[in-house]
Design a binder for this molecule. Structure first.
Ligand SMILES: *Cc1c(COP(=O)(O)O)cnc(C)c1O
Length: 424
């Protein structure tokens, strides 16, 4: 399979090239040249069976089946259950991975796909990431213990939650945690400088693992197909809590590949560039606003370009498949409280937005509705406990992480300090 730029003016490249590339030279994002047709999964098919079928259709030309089978098995070594919330409403629990968020799916698959290509070329690399919290922990955990790959994670000291920090600093081994005396923007600037530094005497290449990578985007189609094998209704309304819109883009790709969804809801917090546009307003990217569902605080979602590409720029066609629904922090807290009081089901703030989106969608479309639950409630414990008025348990894996010793280095917010660290 070849990969094209959404802007259409860069040459097509291979999967391997796209995996190690950033944006295309013309400023677009890479997308697969064709979206292969996937037959519906048999009822009761396992997550691994479904994922392997989709992975084979997408990557089978580029990766031999035995390697692909191992990549799928090792990436998806946790369940993705479909839990019943109440009559006609289901929750696809994407948060049972090591960092308790859906980003584990894409990050783990991308890491193992990269490892496959690196081994073939006997190449060793350093993955360099800056994080404001969630992405860094998913990426660090995904690359942890993979041979020939070093991971360096920069995060702003004191500006990530204790849990997010510990998910990065307790890994050890090939994961190097750097607490920067500055802001997330400083971390990003330092990482950019490292990528631009042609004189960095490293002896191995620097690799980025950012959220626009096709290796992270495409595996997110797997779990949409997994819904169909678990739910006894051929067409559900799907509500995806969205920030940078990678998750939703994967859903729309899945639909084009044959996943039968009735319609999708783009559920956002008050960072509502897309819902506003779907409702008839102009497309108006702007600085993000801080909310309780902070992994969705994105004011200029990169993946909108991929959605436009998929629908050849037709907003009318996009609207047929996609409904927008934007929600405030107040509604988010009320949704957590209300769903818990009525059903006993506990939502994290991001999944609560998806739940609000599902209810909004059900005013226009028939059910059942599936909300994508993207984070474990224990990850946002204080907010959730405040909303539902009782304490929640930490999953055992997380409790173990909190007890492990931390390893980190503190560096000033200067590129020179990062450079010295990288070349020690
Ligand atoms: C990243 C994230 C999102 C948003 O996903 P996008 O693909 O960026 O739209 C939603 N919920 C959680 C918990 C996340 O970590």
């Amino acid at each position: 399979m070849r990969y094209l730029s959404t802007r259409g003016t860069s040459p097509a490249i291979s999967l391997e090239e796209a995996l190690f590339a950033g944006p295309a030279p013309d400023g677009g994002l890479y997308v697969p040249e064709t979206l292969p047709a996937i037959a519906p999964s048999p009822k009761g098919a396992s997550l691994n069976e479904t994922a392997l079928r989709v992975a084979t259709a997408l990557f089978g030309d580029d990766v031999p089946s035995s390697a692909l089978e191992a990549i799928v098995r090792e990436s998806l070594d946790f369940p993705i259950p479909l839990a019943r919330v109440e009559e006609g409403i289901w929750s696809l629990e994407l948060f049972h991975g090591p960092t308790l968020a859906f980003k584990d799916v894409g990050a783990r698959f991308m890491a193992r796909l990269m490892l496959y290509f690196l081994r073939r070329r006997s190449r060793e690399v350093t993955v360099l990431v800056a994080t404001s919290g969630d992405t860094g922990s998913a990426v660090a955990s995904a690359f942890h213990d993979l041979e020939g790959i070093e991971v360096v994670v920069l995060f702003p000291r004191g500006k990530v939650s204790v849990l997010q920090r510990k998910l990065i600093t307790t890994l050890g081994g090939n994961v190097d945690a750097l607490a920067v005396e500055g802001s997330f923007d400083d971390c990003q600037r330092m990482v950019k400088q490292a990528f631009a530094d042609r004189d960095l005497p490293l002896g191995r290449s620097l690799v980025s693992a950012n959220s626009i990578n096709v290796g992270r985007l495409l595996p997110q189609t797997f779990y949409y197909f997994h819904i169909a094998s678990q739910l006894d209704a051929s067409e559900a309304l799907i509500s995806t809590p969205s920030g940078n819109f990678g998750n939703l883009t994967a859903g729309l790709f899945a639909k084009r590949m044959g996943f039968r969804a009735r319609r999708f809801v783009a559920a956002t917090n008050v960072n509502d560039v897309v819902p506003e546009h779907l409702a008839g307003g102009p497309y108006r990217p702007r600085p993000s606003i801080a909310t309780l569902s902070n992994a969705m605080d994105v004011g200029d979602p990169s993946n909108w370009a991929r959605i436009l590409w998929l629908y050849r720029g037709s907003l009318e066609e996009i609207r047929r498949d996609l409904l927008g629904s934007a929600h405030t922090d107040k509604e988010t807290l009320e949704a957590m409280r209300d769903v818990f009081a009525r059903t006993g089901y506990i939502l994290d703030p991001h999944s609560a937005i998806a739940s609000l989106g599902a209810l909004r969608g059900l005013r226009e479309e028939r059910g059942p509705a599936v909300l994508l639950s993207t984070a474990h409630p224990a990850k946002f414990r204080e907010t959730v406990e405040g909303a539902i008025g009782r304490s929640i348990d930490l999953p055992p894996a997380l409790a173990r992480v909190l007890g492990r010793p931390e390893e980190l280095a503190m560096i000033p917010a200067e590129y020179q300090a990062l450079k010295e660290h990288l070349t020690r």
